[in-house]
Design a protein around this ligand. Structure first.
Ligand code: FEO
Ligand code: CA
Ligand code: CA
Ligand code: CA
Length: 541
């Protein structure tokens, strides 16, 4: 989703920040060996992927040896009920339907709407209920049955698995007590990144829900309503309690049955990344994408369920996971009436116990070889960190149940490394890291971001001579952000969301992006399937 405005100055606290993080070497050591401007890196002898130069073109530009096919696109009809693929596709999960993985259900998040494109609203005019209802239909997520043939991946039209969850879907709240008087929410909103559980269900994370329904603040025990985003909000038409959003939602891919897991806390959940602990329980890492918010870890009470468990928040100075345990912590007991109220107000609880503020923590991924946890820190206006970094955490004795960890900065954004504002992460089958960037439309192409040009997709090997060196392998169309990178089971296809091409599209007669159709067409957020000999060679090497 669009980032908040950033300062146009380089970060004075950046070196201090890196020193704080940098108990390790990794990429920081590499940086000093690299040329002054790494955007000049074109090829590495040990890699089949050739870097592209940053681009301002209105095109999805890929490294040589890679090609793409548009697989799913906004408003595409999915089934005979007339349900359609939603807007601003983000996180993608691949759930194979056969042993070869040539047939699968994809889950795709639809993070937010655009009132002009989706509802047909025009600036200066009042919004109508009909327009709002179209917007509510365009968000949430899609489940789509896809199949690979000799022509590549395509949608299985009218499959029984094709369905939508949207801003109208009734979803139970799994919690000890009712929330705002009910045990079910209407709709899932702000679905940004997510995860897949060890038992094959989808986790979709509700991030910037407050843009749609506003938010609440608690002052001296009083609940106060905070208005949503003036461009996106539905508050003039429908009253939806903000406390019903900001959760992680678990979805069964075959049935579409969903539930909101309140035990994982409520905040701007960027993602929900799962891993099995030694004793069979599940650990979920989730970051709160707001400036100076926190990183959380959840340990389930039982294997195979995330309905109950304990929530922790990271203190990086101590290398400790701090429990948010209402029953055993008098500070939390005196601040909140019940465990449920504490979970609704997770951010406040995190600050009470001493969580470390972070520079917009976004996606989290786990290195399949070392088990280390990688966290994107997109940037920070408050800390004057314009370009962001990737943080690496190692749990003590590689035990996900441990409450102690060590940390290091894996790589920092900036002119030296050629990227700015890391967001989504994914590991491929070989243990290489892929990263997308999220420079917001308001700062892109302006100093100090000018040289990075459009948002991109980067590849970072973790082993070999090129370890730790980011190389750009894709450039997004004008105004777009690449999101939700996800590999097929065989690793030979990378599914990728192209979100908000031509963002906000201020001039409908002269759209700034025409992607993907070209000509004078309006832009359409779409999911692409990327494949080709370069990826085959990388995966088979
Ligand atoms: Fe929706 Fe934090 O990106
Ligand atoms: Ca983002
Ligand atoms: Ca994101
Ligand atoms: Ca990810």
């Amino acid at each position: 989703m669009k980032s908040p405005l950033l300062p146009l100055a380089m970060n004075s606290n950046r070196r201090e920040f890196l020193q704080f993080m940098g108990r390790s070497v990794g990429a920081i050591a590499l940086l000093s060996q690299m040329p002054a401007c790494a955007t000049g890196i074109r090829s590495r002898a040990d890699l089949p992927l050739t870097a592209i130069v940053p681009s301002s073109e209105d095109a999805l530009t890929l490294s040589p040896g890679l090609k793409y096919k548009v697989l799913l696109t906004w408003n595409q009809k999915l089934n005979q009920k007339g349900e359609r693929f939603g807007y601003n596709n983000d996180f993608i999960a691949f759930v194979p339907l056969d042993s070869k993985g040539s047939e699968a259900i994809l889950w795709v998040n639809h993070e937010y709407h655009d009132p002009i494109t989706v509802g047909g609203w025009r600036p200066g005019q009042p919004r109508t209920l009909k327009q709002i209802n179209k917007e509510r239909k365009s968000v949430g997520g899609s489940l789509v049955h896809v199949k690979k043939t000799e022509n590549g991946w395509s949608l299985v039209q009218n499959s029984k698995y094709n369905r939508r969850l949207d801003g109208f879907t009734k979803i139970p709240l799994i919690s000890e007590e009712p929330i705002r008087g009910t045990r079910a929410a209407v709709g899932t909103l702000g679905n940004c990144a997510g995860g897949v559980t060890p038992w094959g269900t989808i986790l979709t994370a509700e991030e910037n829900y407050f843009n749609f329904v506003g938010d609440v603040e608690f002052k001296d025990g009083k609940r106060e309503q905070v208005p949503g985003d003036t461009y996106l909000t539905w508050e003039n038409f429908v009253k939806l309690p903000p406390e019903h959003y900001g959760w992680v939602v678990e979805v069964e891919p075959k049935s579409g049955k969903a539930k909101k897991l309140t035990a994982l806390g409520r905040f701007s959940h960027e993602c929900a990344t799962t891993v099995l602990a030694r004793d069979g329980r599940t650990v979920v890492y989730s970051a709160d994408d707001a400036d100076q918010e926190h990183l959380y870890k959840f340990i389930s009470d039982k294997p195979g369920s995330l309905e109950k468990g304990e929530l922790f928040v990271a203190n990086l100075e101590q290398g400790r996971w701090l429990p948010l345990n209402w029953h055993s912590d008098n500070r939390l007991k005196s601040a909140f009436k019940s465990p449920t109220e504490m979970l609704v107000r997770t951010r406040e609880a995190a600050k009470i116990v001493g969580a470390t503020p972070l520079n917009r923590p976004e996606d989290v991924e786990i290195d399949p070889k070392t088990g280390d946890i990688f966290i994107s820190l997109t940037n920070s206006k408050i800390k004057n960190d314009a370009f962001g970094s990737i943080l690496r955490i190692s749990e003590n004795k590689s035990d996900y149940l441990s409450l102690d960890f060590s940390l290091a900065t894996f790589v920092a954004g900036g002119p030296e490394t050629g990227f700015a504002c890391p967001d989504n992460l994914v590991f491929d089958k070989k243990g290489n890291l892929w990263m997308t960037t999220d420079m917001s439309g308001s700062v892109m192409h302006k100093p100090p971001f000018s040289e990075f040009k459009n948002n991109g997709l980067f590849f970072i090997a973790l082993e070999g001579p090129s370890a730790g060196i980011p190389i750009q392998v894709a450039s997004a169309p004008w105004g777009a952000e690449l999101t939700g990178p996800c590999f097929s089971s065989d690793g030979r296809t990378l599914f990728l969301s192209v979100q908000h091409p031509g963002e906000k599209n201020p001039d409908l007669d002269n759209p700034r992006s025409h992607w993907p159709d070209g000509g004078n067409s309006q832009p359409r957020p779409s999911v692409v399937a990327i494949s080709g000999p370069a990826l085959d060679q990388l995966i088979q090497s």
